[in-house]
Design a protein around this ligand. Structure first.
Ligand code: HAM
Length: 421
């Protein structure tokens, strides 16, 4: 009997994992430069956090959550998204005290029981960031700017920033009525899903991928034409700030998002390299969510971006067994004979502590086999130490790129490698 991973939940093995580590490292660097601190929350939360936080009329809550009952009889869910847990932690640890302004980021697996396709898995790794306690449209633009800077830093150039405003408690209900009237009038033209969605969540019809629904949506009223004065001013502020930061964007009235907590700004960064699941990342403002989950009335804005989609956009699926710059070994020590083996064992672990990625053959194969092994590992250098070398206190250092080799005293190994790098 052999086992495979659960459908839609993939292993990330080397050397692909090196690429992931590189993306995570760059994300940390950029997010921290913008003043964000990392937060880690558990993979499992009480189910109610998501039903209240995300909204009962969303696909995530209706169909996609992994829910189970624990031995205590509590209903728990694997985290389908990161915002509600971060808000929960923000409230639980009173991170709003003494100043509500907090910037937090996370890199966490998310779980959604979805129909699988390219760029859509049942476990995905999300990089996310949340800002609490800042209502200015300047922060909305800054969060979008940071995300675009991150994409550029990892080498993704082909993307578009699309923004929208979903209004607020004051202006959205009136708009919703207008939208309902539009779709009720043409209900027969909608897909079965949208017919069901109509009364509960008419906004979601705007981003239905069904061609027929899209035709009906084209002539639908747009939220941006029905914003109250405050929301209009806020949206104008976001656009002005994005221009100030030289972020090219377009307004897309159909960016309604899959979660119910959004107000005012919503955005998605899309790429034509991705296929049907075209969003590299997305997010928006969720003023009111902190209060709805039992905290003070603090505003919030953030985004999430799945690493799997970044990898697709980078087109860097590295085939197993091939080298990436990250999986190079710096030095392979080929020790021949018991004395050299004992010496090398000490040396290798000393070199590792000095930051050299060093490997050795633990099975004491003959030199030829060891050289083949060094090659397979993509080692940059091989250090050959036999009985003779032990007696002289020297080793043969071979540069695997140039194939040059020379005898050097043990103490000069690092210097010599640096000179030849
Ligand atoms: P979301 O749009 O549901 O937003 O997910 C954010 C990103 O996660 C997507 O743009 C995509 O890159 C990735 N993603 C989502 N579902 C999948 C999937 N099934 N397979 C692969 N990748 C996926 C949120 O989750 C919000 N919490 C984002 C946010 C933070 N809004 C405010 N703050």
């Amino acid at each position: 009997m052999s086992y495979t991973s659960v459908k839609g939940m993939d292993d990330i093995v080397p050397p692909q994992s090196c690429l992931w580590a590189d993306i995570e490292k760059k994300a940390r660097h950029i997010f921290e430069s913008f003043g964000f601190y990392e937060i880690k929350t558990p993979v499992v939360e009480k189910t109610e956090l998501f039903t209240r936080g995300i909204g009962t009329a969303t696909d995530i809550v209706e169909k996609q959550m992994y829910i189970f009952t624990d031995k205590n009889g509590d209903s728990l869910a694997l985290r389908p998204e990161g915002t509600a847990p971060v808000v929960r932690a923000y409230i639980e640890h009173q991170l709003y005290h003494p100043d509500p302004y907090q910037k937090l980021y996370y890199m966490s697996p998310m779980f959604r029981y979805e129909r699988m396709q390219k760029g859509r898995t049942r476990q995905h790794m999300q990089l996310g960031a949340e800002v609490f306690g800042a209502s200015s449209p300047r922060i909305d633009a800054e969060v979008i700017f940071m995300l675009t800077q991150f994409y550029q830093a990892i080498g993704i150039e082909n993307f578009k920033v699309q923004i929208n405003s979903l209004g607020c408690k004051a202006c959205r209900p009136g708009y919703r009525e207008k939208l309902l009237a539009h779709f009720r009038h043409r209900i027969s033209e909608l897909c079965e899903d949208c017919k069901k969605r109509l009364e509960k969540n008419p906004l979601r019809i705007l981003d239905c991928k069904n061609e027929q629904c899209q035709k009906v949506a084209v002539s639908a009223p747009q939220m941006t034409n029905h914003l109250c004065a405050e929301c209009r001013a806020h949206f104008e502020g976001v656009k002005t700030s994005l221009n100030q930061l030289n972020v090219t964007f377009e307004v897309n009235p159909n960016i309604v998002r899959v979660l119910d907590y959004y107000v005012r700004t919503t955005f998605e960064i899309v790429s034509s390299d991705l296929g049907a699941q075209s969003a590299l990342g997305g997010g928006g403002r969720y003023d009111g969510l902190v209060a709805a989950l039992g905290g003070p009335d603090v505003s919030g804005i953030g985004f999430g971006s799945g690493i799997e989609r970044l990898i697709i956009a980078l087109e860097k699926k590295v085939p197993l067994g091939s080298a990436t710059p990250q999986n190079y070994v710096d030095l392979f020590i080929s020790a021949l004979g018991p004395k050299a083996q004992a010496f090398s064992y000490g040396l290798i672990n000393k070199l590792r502590l000095q930051g050299v990625r060093a490997e050795v053959d633990y099975d004491d194969h003959p030199l030829k086999t060891q050289m083949k092994k060094a090659d397979r590992m993509n080692s940059r250098f091989v250090l050959i130490i036999g009985e003779d070398e032990m007696n002289k206190g020297e080793a043969i250092l071979r540069n695997m790129n140039t194939k040059e080799q020379k005898s050097i005293p043990f103490g000069d190994i690092l210097n010599e490698m640096e000179k030849n790098t």
